[in-house]
Write a protein that binds this ligand. Sequence first.
Ligand SMILES: Nc1ncnc2c1ncn2[C@@H]1O[C@H](COP(=O)(O)OP(=O)(O)OP(=O)(O)O)[C@@H](O)[C@H]1O
Ligand SMILES: NC(=O)c1ccc[n+]([C@@H]2O[C@H](COP(=O)(O)O)[C@@H](O)[C@H]2O)c1
Length: 178
Amino acid sequence: MHEKTKGVKRALLPGRFQPPHWGHFRLIKWVLERFDEVIIVIGSAQKSHSFSNPFTAGERIEMLRLGLKDVGIDLSRVFMIPVTDIETNFVWPRWVEMFVPRFDCVVSGNPLVARLFFEYGYCVITPPMFDRERYSATVVRRLMLKGDAEWRSLVPPSVAEYIESIGGVERLRRVTEV
Ligand SMILES: Nc1ncnc2c1ncn2[C@@H]1O[C@H](COP(=O)(O)OP(=O)(O)OP(=O)(O)O)[C@@H](O)[C@H]1O
Ligand SMILES: NC(=O)c1ccc[n+]([C@@H]2O[C@H](COP(=O)(O)O)[C@@H](O)[C@H]2O)c1
């Protein structure tokens, strides 16, 4: 381990962030209360323009950065790294390792992610869920599709403005038309 990063505790936080909502930002704060740095893996980086994955990896990075600034998180403690999916779950932790800096633990509420990294030998932490009834990206996307402006209250203001600036709601409607 390099002398300068020796002793620095890092958590890996994988997710799709489609889009990032208040639950994610509370989770990132929670992680940074326990670790020195967080590596946010922007999962399914190859995906965009669908109901489950409307935004590109680049757009998700922009939104995360805006939200992190809104909540006053020091960006020098945060890495954001896009990682594409692969066919083989068993080797996915090794695949992720290729793209990211060294890390100590994985934080995930996703049972598959937790199990794969646990079997691979990592320390895995299941975080608390923050107001999960509301703070869910699926809920945000459903409200957008319904034309219910309530979705804006589930994400930081800067994220809502960004989504509007790129025509995100219109995109979601178009790509889900049958
Ligand atoms: N409200 C929340 N509180 C705490 N952690 C959350 C919350 N929502 C999501 N997470 C966690 O954030 C990580 C990334 O989640 P993800 O991007 O899948 O969000 P999501 O809201 O579950 O999205 P989707 O509804 O599109 O599946 C996962 O570990 C997930 O458990
Ligand atoms: N085989 C794989 O590529 C593999 C396995 C498990 C999770 N993942 C990814 O990890 C991310 C987990 O994030 P979510 O909790 O948002 O689903 C997703 O992008 C998911 O596709 C990929």
